[in-house]
Ligand binder design. Structure first.
Ligand code: FES
Length: 152
């Protein structure tokens, strides 16, 4: 937990109100970038909520992240247009370039996190990825190396 003072502020803002858990966890995730077990324990203690309940909410909703993320987020579109245009090959190329194993989504140096996502809304550019908020389209496996280079 790196931002205790900010987390305390968030808790103080929400505590005592009804239905606070989800907005509180979202606020804390925005501060810390993910929800560590340590932070969930702290919220449990400060709000009098059972840790099992907090953990249940944090694991149920896909918007919550339980692991630290890389400095750059690579969203790889898996929507229909991208799927038929080779999204799988693009994903494999990214995983190879970043030396990620199948069960790993973040590089060991903490530089990149790769996540499959639904349609990014620019299907005419398929296959598409987004690195942070920059869209890259009409990709080929060969184009991946140069894109990643810009962020290293
Ligand atoms: S399916 Fe990939 S952008 Fe729409």
């Amino acid at each position: 937990m790196n931002n205790k003072a900010e987390i305390d502020n968030a808790i103080n803002k929400f505590v005592g109100k009804k239905g606070i858990l989800i907005p509180l966890l979202q606020t804390i995730q925005n501060i810390e970038s993910y929800l560590s077990l340590e932070v969930m324990r702290y919220v449990a203690e400060k709000t009098g909520t059972k840790l099992a309940h907090i953990y249940g909410v944090a694991t149920f909703y896909t918007m919550f992240r339980l692991k630290p993320q890389g400095k750059h987020i690579i969203r790889v579109c898996q929507g229909t247009a991208c799927h038929v245009s080779g999204a799988k090959t693009i994903m494999s190329e990214i995983m190879d370039q970043l030396k990620l194993s199948a069960d790993q989504d973040t590089t060991n140096d903490g530089l990149f996190t790769v996540m499959p996502v639904a349609c990014l809304g620019c299907c005419s550019l398929a296959p598409v990825i987004m690195v942070d908020d920059q869209t890259h389209g009409k990709l080929t496996p060969d184009s991946i190396k140069n894109i990643l280079k810009k962020y290293k």
